[in-house]
Design a protein. Structure first.
Ligand SMILES: CC(C)(COP(=O)(O)OP(=O)(O)OC[C@H]1O[C@@H](n2cnc3c(N)ncnc32)[C@H](O)[C@@H]1OP(=O)(O)O)[C@@H](O)C(=O)NCCC(=O)NCCS
Length: 251
């Protein structure tokens, strides 16, 4: 939670060409002037998920501390221009970090920070904070992605989980728009220092919590739906967080 402030940039540094890079927390009413820009970046980057802009507006208003979940919405500016954003949850119950969306405006992707492309740097920097919040025993980060985007992730240490995974096409708006599904990849970024090859049982351990952090906790699907139950496995029998429920504490 070290980056949650009462407004203003939580990070400010220079890119390799001297541009000013700033990152703003857009939750809990902070930095509300960036909400439209974040929604605009989102709709341009993910035309199939325009419906999620309503969720961005909701999370921008609400306390990011929910029952068992910390909601992250960060906007990155370059010389004051909204250029990139990142949406993720630190899920304290599943001990994982589902990444919902991350994008950099196309014209700015060649900018480098500390020698890395802006997108790679931003994802790595964001994850450091999100994973810190899960504590030392965290299971790492996870994401849903269509196969054609695997080339964004796999060169950066992410692994394809060996499971036939479904996502609801209309995300958490499935109640009004229908529960159509499509097959996508469920991918996993192990926590730093974990040698997956030396722990053969670790991937099955991660699959249930990773799936539940999206299907149950983000989309609010019912665990009695057979394909949801199959993907979440034994995780369903345990405690669950409540993303809709803000904790009544002051920031
Ligand atoms: C994710 C992102 C920030 C990464 O930026 P980056 O580090 O500069 O990397 P690139 O944009 O060069 O992409 C890396 C690879 O993924 C591919 N890729 C990027 N966006 C893609 C897309 N929408 N569809 C298919 N492939 C894509 C690139 O072609 C590239 O592949 P290559 O190395 O074989 O040429 C940037 O690609 C982006 O904003 N994409 C749109 C949003 C998105 O898809 N986010 C990821 C899912 S959360």
């Amino acid at each position: 939670m070290s980056r949650h402030t009462d407004g203003g940039a939580t990070i400010a540094l220079r890119s390799d060409d001297g541009s000013l890079i700033e990152i703003y927390d857009v939750t809990g009413g902070r930095n509300a002037s960036f909400v439209d820009a974040m929604c605009d970046l989102h709709c341009r980057s993910f035309p199939e998920h325009i419906f999620a802009a309503d969720g961005i507006r909701f999370d921008a208003r609400e306390n990011p501390l929910r029952e068992g979940i910390i909601v992250h919405q960060w906007l990155l500016t370059v010389n004051g221009h909204p250029t990139a954003y990142s949406l993720a949850d630190t899920n304290l119950v599943r001990r994982t970090v589902p990444i919902h969306f991350l994008a950099v405006a196309e014209a700015s992707r060649t900018i480098t920070v500390e020698g890395e492309r802006l997108g790679t740097w931003f994802l790595r920097d964001s994850l450091r904070q999100y994973l810190d919040d899960t504590g030392e025993q965290g299971l790492g980060a996870c994401a849903e992605t269509p196969d054609y985007k695997l080339s964004i992730f796999l060169p950066n240490g992410w692994r394809l989980l060996p499971v036939t995974y479904l996502e609801p096409i209309h995300g958490s708006t499935w109640r009004t728009n229908g529960l159509d599904t499509r097959e996508v990849a469920l991918i996993w970024l192990p926590p730093p220092g974990v040698q997956v090859e030396s722990i053969p049982s670790i991937e099955p351990t991660v699959m249930g919590p990773a799936a539940a952090s999206f299907l149950i906790d983000m989309y609010d699907l019912d665990g009695t739906i057979p394909w949801v139950a199959a993907l979440c496995g034994a995780t369903l029998g345990g405690p669950r967080p409540n993303r809709q429920q803000s904790r009544r504490i002051s920031l």
